[in-house]
Design a protein around this ligand. Sequence first.
Ligand code: ZN
Length: 192
Amino acid sequence: MKYYQLSIEDVPLSEFLFREAGESKTNLRFRKLYLDLVCTRCRKLDEIAALRRGIDLDVSFKFARDIMMSSDDQVIVSARFRDMVQSVAPDEIEFYEIPSNCALSVAIPKILISPAEKDDAFNITGKCGLCGRYTEATWGAGIPKIPADCNIVAYRLETHVGMLARWEVNERVAHILKHSRPKLKGLILRAR
Ligand SMILES: [Zn+2]
């Protein structure tokens, strides 16, 4: 089956989920709630453990889109997007509610594939000797392999900010998302 890369339109002003302004206001630090989830060597946060713990009450997004990125590269979706995805691919995505606005949630596909070091679909640099995370994992020249019979998967890329889940959806899901009316705001789908 044909797959589509899902990407998201940029928004001028987003918010951080896991970070807040430090005392000097010019630097950012992880919220106190998550400090024990930060690797003491590479200083990356375990984002999934943080989401399971919950999102701070003062994190709020003011936007009128169905899908967008937080400033720390997590995918935020509207209730409409969530309901639509739940009906076409039930139980394939984990949703973490944003308490200040229950219509929004952070969304992460349950099939989250870590790039293999020798796979030419990825460029990998550095690996933490303590938590095992890559310093960076970005797209390479090759085409990533998608497990058979998946509606939605994500590749777990890495940047200096942290985890960056890049979604792929199959043709059936792409067709439904693309043709929803009114259009889903913020969504970009490109055939592989
Ligand atoms: Zn580490």
